[in-house]
Design a protein around this ligand. Structure first.
Ligand code: BGC
Length: 448
């Protein structure tokens, strides 16, 4: 029998560069994503975040949509370069005002904000100084975080330092598919380490500047071996250490997994022991983004991991090529509890890009695959709660179709459709379904 707890948070999630638009308005400085998207051929169809969902100007309407869905939480990120146009030093009051107005609008509708301080849009001025490769960035990040804590702590009671350090490093420094677009095996572990130090500095700062809760958001993708062959098993362990434990082990256990050191070989730097004291600050919650699992086999020629994904013939795949596998979400949440302890968890992103047909009669938009995705994954979360995992909330990725990074606008994750010509918002069937889940505290999942 499914029924979610009374105080469970039901939310949606977005990030600044993906929805706001107007990236240089009111004194903001450019971010690495502004530069990346304005560099020809790096983003599909030459798309940029110049307009995106125009949320910077339409945020009140978007908050009204959230309220109509019955959500009681919203996860969004702050654009660092709106607050500090050059990444450090002078603070731009107009940038702070925007987020203050957004937070007040949310609170006015009974929607609890969860703020992510960094969702990939580094101020370009800091990238000019080396970005995540410069050890000073931990301090720059904590200074920026302190500005936000002083301004909004109290009204904001849930703070996440970073969104998905693995993606920042793997996409931004190893494979070059995301800003700043580097491809360098020697840089990747350095960027990861400074991300973790920056997280630690921000948590430390929060303990003096803030009085509520601070955590981090990671993307977890459990890896399963394609067969019982020991080589496949070892490949899955390597892939899982690289993607999941590389970040969680330092945060909770104060060390990197041995497998990750081995993978990087001569590119692996040694770090001072003190760094791990900093990284291992106690946190108040963990945000888990879950989209898919990986079934993995040994592939001797694959760089770094010597592992390759194996497509599952009986599974559904999303438009981004991700296998739909709800049971792996339950497994992941249980794994976190077993390995790192029973701290409060929020599923801070979960959702899917599917092809959406045109709206029927101009208003209804049928997205049955996304409805099914939400149904089965919310059930999977209940399954983890039933096994004693302290899951406190769920945030659908995403409220709106938005700028899907290097895919531009070609992948739609929203439960609300956005017509990018007119900015018209149309709730999809998945939005209606989510509203029913919320209104019934999940009980509707017992009948369907
Ligand atoms: C990110 C989002 C992104 C989503 C879908 C996550 O990795 O946090 O920004 O849009 O996945 O790709």
């Amino acid at each position: 029998m499914i029924e979610f707890p009374q105080h469970f948070l039901w939310g949606t999630a977005t990030s600044a560069y993906q929805v706001e638009g107007s990236p240089l308005a009111d004194g903001a400085g450019p971010s690495i994503w502004h530069r990346f998207s304005h560099t020809p051929s790096l983003v599909r169809d030459g798309a940029t975040g110049d307009v995106a969902c125009d949320h910077y100007r339409r945020y009140r309407d978007d908050v009204a949509i959230m309220r109509n869905l019955g959500t009681n939480a919203y996860r969004f990120s702050i654009s660092w370069s709106r607050i500090m146009p050059r990444g450090r030093g002078a603070v731009n009051a107009a940038g702070l005002d925007f987020y203050e107005r957004l937070v007040d609008a949310l609170l006015g509708h009974g929607i609890e904000p969860m703020v992510t301080l960094y969702h990939w849009d580094l101020p370009a001025a800091l990238d000019d100084l080396g970005g995540w490769l410069n050890p000073d960035i931990a301090k720059w990040f904590a200074d920026y975080a302190a500005v936000m804590f002083r301004k909004l702590d109290g009204r904001v009671k849930m703070w996440a330092t970073l969104n998905e350090p693995w993606v920042i490093t793997d996409g931004g420094y190893l494979h070059g598919t995301l800003a700043p677009g580097h491809r360098n095996r020697f840089e990747a572990p350095i960027a990861s380490h400074h991300l973790l130090r920056a997280h630690g500095e921000a948590v430390k700062t929060y303990r003096t500047e803030g009085r509520h809760r601070v955590g981090i958001v990671v993307n977890l993708e459990p890896k399963y071996p394609a067969s019982d062959d020991p080589a496949d098993r070892a490949a899955a362990v390597r892939a899982e250490a690289y993607m999941n434990r590389q970040y969680l082990d330092p945060i909770f256990l104060g060390r990197y997994p041995a497998e990750v050191r081995e993978l990087f070989g001569e590119a692996w730097p040694e770090w001072p022991a003190d760094d791990f004291t900093l990284v291992r600050q106690p946190i108040d919650f963990l945000g888990v983004n879950y989209y898919t699992r990986g079934v993995t086999r040994f592939e001797p020629h694959a760089p770094l991991l010597r592992a390759a994904p194996v497509r599952q013939t009986r599974s559904t795949y999303t438009e981004t090529g991700w296998e739909v596998c709800p049971p792996a979400l339950t497994d992941t949440l249980v794994w976190v509890k077993q390995r790192y302890g029973n701290l409060p968890i929020y599923v801070t992103e979960n959702g899917a890009a599917f092809f959406d047909p045109p709206a029927l009669e101009g208003h209804r938009l049928a997205d049955p695959l996304r409805v099914d995705y939400l149904r089965t994954h919310i059930r999977a979360i209940h399954g983890a709660i039933a096994q004693g995992v302290d899951v406190r909330g769920y945030f659908v990725w995403s409220l709106l179709d938005n700028f899907e990074w290097s895919h531009g606008y070609s992948k739609r994750f929203g439960i609300v459709h956005v017509d990018f010509e007119t900015q018209k918002r149309t709730p999809k069937d998945s939005a209606r379904f989510y509203a029913e889940v919320i209104a019934s505290k999940g009980q509707v999942l017992n009948d369907s």
